[in-house]
Design a protein around this ligand. Sequence first.
Ligand SMILES: [Cu+2]
Length: 166
Amino acid sequence: MRKTTMILACAITAAAASAETHEVGAHDMTFKPEVIHVSPGDTIRWEYVSGSPHTVSSGDGCRFDGLFFSALSFIEPVFEWVVPDGATGDIPYFCAPHCINGMVGVIHVDEVCQGELTGDGDVGGEDLLVVLSRWGSDDHAGDIDGNGVVDGEDLVILLGNWGACG
Ligand SMILES: [Cu+2]
């Protein structure tokens, strides 16, 4: 029980530490960039840049699916949405008035399996060995959080994700 709690706390800390904000501009008839890669917990910040009023409407094929919505214009120039835990794959969205002109975007949620270093689909002893054998170095292979050194933070992430991926 105590161990589970500790691992959970670690996983949450790791997720919070790596959360990023991704910016998307709403230009005349285009979201830029059109495709973004995110992780659960990241924030997406859409900003009105130019053109007649836009919307940020989740859904594929210009059909709203109810996940998120905001108007985006000079009156309401910013919309932020946090990628929920458990989100996977592609989340398409569009601008309602300009969808017919191809004003669409895709949020690609990267598979979260930090600590999976050997390509075998789970986080386990082999991955631990990768981190331990590179301890203190700047070797990319073991630097899970990308802070330039293989250290305790990488170990915490690895232990937090211990087990099967996905
Ligand atoms: Cu638009």
